[in-house]
Structure formats: structure tokens, C-alpha cells
Design a protein around this ligand. Structure first.
Ligand code: HPA
Length: 280
């Protein structure tokens, strides 16, 4: 793919993609974070489409992330699963990071459910716990609505006061309880990365009100809310944030925790899909 990433160009890409994938009624975008692959029981997957075939900019590869969009079908309905998100710290621009979210919104998706890996800022949260995100701190120094994007795809000054859908959060808590495990609820502190935080930064983030810290998600949530999508974010606390444990955080630890917690996350996601999109 070539060409400049502009609002008009993205609309054109969405039209091409609709012709190619024939998504029918696209119900939701599911975004899988580091080491977390998602499956949706009761829905059948198409072949994954590599992002470089869709997006008009080069895709960098990172361990633990394949970069694909996959449609899962049930009758005339679909879910889009994004494996391998794009991060600012890889050098993507904000509008590149959120391009898959905007494409899903332009294809009609009304809901975004994202998962991610985080460091726990609260020492009470054991590694491997799931945290339902209720709000965020955008400390990435970037916003995907800067420039024409804000004006052309939605309101210039979108409300972020209930960005994380209260009804979906309640559903996530109920389904986790029904599956027999507890979840925390808290605030996602979004930082740029890619270095992990210093212990002083971890103390700062905690005093600012953060519950977990991660290097993704906040831009996608802003873009999704701007285009009117409902948002649910489930974080895996993969490690204690720096300074809270004798062991420093590492990317390997993040991937290993993802693999261990994958079963619970998959079960929760499967249950949520059944509740949100009951079989006709
Ligand atoms: N800090 C930032 N991002 C992360 C962490 C962390 O400790 N763990 C997983 N993603």
C-alpha cells in the first residue's frame, strides 16, 4: 500500500477493505495486547490479513506481536480481531497507531474491546490479575485528534468523562465472577515507553491516581470514543511496576504472564461475547 494517511484516504481504504473482506454487520473490534491472542467461540475465523496489506505505511515487527486483522463470522455478523497493536514507541505517528481502530469504526463497528499487558502500580495487585479499566491518564504527550483528524471524523472536543463504558465494565465484572475469578478495577496510566519506568516514576504515577501502567491503548481509546464507539479495556497485570519487587520488569516476563493468564482472559472474553452478542 502507498499514499498519505489522511481522513479522506482512510475513508477510501475503508471502502476498499469493505469490498475485499465483505464484513456484513461488523459488531466489534477486539484488540489483543502483548502475548495475548484472542479466540471467539461460536464464530469462525477467515484467513488473517497482514496489516501491511491494508495500511498505507510500513509495519515494524516486534517479538510477541503478529500484525494481522482477522474477521470472525457468525451468519451475517462479524467481529474483527486485531493481533499485534501499533505503539508510539515503535516510531508510529498517533494517526498510524489508531488507523486500525478508525478503519473498524468506518466499517461500522460500534464497540472496541481491547486487552493489554501492564505493570501493577498498586502493590496489592498480584501479577497475573485482570484489571477492568475505568479511566486513564494520557501521559504519552500525543493525541490522535490533532489536526484535521479531530475535525473530520467526529467532534473536535469529544467528551471523555465516561470513556470506559460503565455497562460493559459491569458485564465484565459479572462474567469474571461467574467464571470464578475476581478482577480489579482501576486507572490505566499510559506512558510512551519503551523503557520501563524508574521507581521514582512509578511512585509519581501512583500518586497521580494510576492503578496500572502501560505503553499503549490510550490513543486507541481516544480515537474510538471520538468516532462514537463503546469501549471496554481489560488489562493483564503482568508484573509489579519497577521498584515494587526485587526483580526488575522485563519483556520476557510480560510475555510469560500473558501466556499464563491467557486461559482466563479467553474465558472472560468468550463469556462477554455471548452476553454482548447472543446467538440469534
Ligand atoms: N510498565 C509499562 N508497561 C508495561 C509494564 C510495565 O511495568 N508491564 C507491561 N507493560
Amino acid at each position: 500500500m502507498g499514499g498519505e494517511l489522511t481522513p479522506a484516504g482512510l475513508r477510501e481504504l475503508a471502502r476498499d477493505l469493505a469490498g475485499r473482506l465483505e464484513p456484513g454487520r461488523l459488531r466489534a473490534l477486539l484488540v489483543a495486547g502483548s502475548g495475548l491472542s484472542l479466540e471467539v467461540p461460536g464464530w469462525a475465523a477467515d484467513d488473517p490479513v497482514p496489516m501491511e496489506e491494508i495500511l498505507p505505511f510500513p509495519i515494524h515487527h516486534l517479538e510477541g506481536h503478529s500484525h494481522t486483522l482477522t474477521l470472525w463470522r457468525r451468519g451475517g455478523e462479524t467481529l474483527m480481531v486485531m493481533n499485534g497493536r501499533l505503539h508510539l514507541y515503535q516510531g508510529y505517528r498517533p494517526e498510524e497507531v489508531v488507523a486500525p481502530v478508525r478503519l473498524a469504526a468506518l466499517l461500522g463497528a460500534e464497540t472496541m474491546i481491547a486487552t493489554n499487558a501492564t505493570g501493577a502500580l498498586d502493590p496489592a495487585i498480584e501479577p497475573g490479575s485482570l484489571v477492568v479499566i475505568g479511566d486513564h491518564l494520557n501521559l504519552q504527550g500525543a493525541n490522535p485528534l490533532v489536526g484535521a483528524w479531530g475535525r473530520e471524523l467526529g467532534p473536535q472536543f469529544p467528551d471523555m468523562s465516561s470513556a470506559y463504558d460503565p455497562g460493559l465494565r459491569e458485564l465484565a465484572r459479572e462474567e469474571a465472577a461467574a467464571a470464578g475469578f475476581s478482577v480489579y478495577e482501576g486507572v490505566y496510566a499510559g506512558v510512551l515507553g519503551p523503557s520501563f519506568e524508574t521507581p521514582a516514576e512509578v511512585r509519581m504515577l501512583r500518586r497521580l491516581g494510576g492503578t496500572v501502567v502501560g505503553m499503549s491503548t490510550v490513543l486507541e481509546v481516544i480515537a474510538a470514543r471520538h468516532m462514537g464507539m463503546r469501549v471496554l479495556v481489560l488489562s493483564l497485570a503482568s508484573n509489579p511496576a519497577a521498584g515494587l519487587s526485587p526483580e526488575p520488569p522485563s519483556h520476557e516476563e510480560v510475555l510469560a504472564a500473558g501466556a499464563r493468564a491467557a486461559r482466563r482472559l479467553r474465558e472472560l472474553m468468550g463469556r462477554l461475547m455471548v452476553r454482548m452478542f447472543p446467538a440469534p
